[in-house]
Ligand binder design. Structure first.
Ligand code: ZN
Length: 198
């Protein structure tokens, strides 16, 4: 706002020219009265100083309203930015969590077998071949039991039969799913290739 020179008159007599910026102070000090008249360049006729006061107050009110609106807008914008940032952080945390879960799942899948028939997941297929050594040991144990008097030959022969059957059966079945005995199972590494073809 340009600081214009304002002419003040009282009862038809000019009492002075003041800068617009000084005028409000002079009004407060009662050196210029609301009943005085004022005129500045561009005005068609003289106006009452009370009108000047009202105009100044209205202008000040408008400036303040504009400033308040701007402050409110900034505050709203700030809140929106903060909310957006928080949402992004939550999303980042969620993604990291999902990545960890995926990594754990992938590792579990790499370490386990999955049956292609019953979808059972197991660490190790059941392998009857593992019983071979046990069967042989049982046979020797049975032979040793034979030397015990009276009951020895009976218990010994039962143990030898048990051991022999274990040895025989160990060669009958290939490794299989512990749940459904299917031999169709695989490790989950993108390949459906059977580990032990039958
Ligand atoms: Zn199975």
């Amino acid at each position: 706002m340009a600081d214009e020179l304002i002419t003040i008159s009282r009862d038809g007599t000019e009492i002075g020219k003041f800068l617009e910026s000084d005028l409000m102070m002079l009004i407060e000090q009662k050196k210029v009265l609301p009943t005085d008249h004022y005129w500045k360049e561009g005005m068609a006729e003289w106006g009452l100083v009370s009108q000047f006061i009202a105009l100044r107050k209205e202008a000040a009110r408008q400036v303040k309203a504009a400033a308040d609106a701007e402050a409110a807008r900034l505050k709203k914008e700030e809140a929106a930015t903060r909310l957006k940032k928080e949402a992004e952080e939550i999303e980042r945390a969620r993604k990291a969590e999902a990545e960890i879960a995926d990594a754990v799942k992938a590792r579990v899948e790499r370490q386990t077998f999955t049956c292609n028939c019953c979808r059972w997941r197991f660490l190790k297929p059941k392998n009857p071949n593992d019983n071979f050594t046990g069967g042989v040991v049982l046979c020797f144990l049975g032979a040793a039991l034979m030397f015990i008097p009276v009951l020895g030959p009976i218990i010994g022969s039962v143990v030898i039969i048990w051991g022999s059957l274990t040895v025989l059966v160990s060669g009958l079945y290939p490794p299989h799913c512990p749940s459904c005995r299917s031999t169709n199972f695989s490790r989950q590494e993108g390949s459906d290739k059977r580990l032990f073809p039958d």
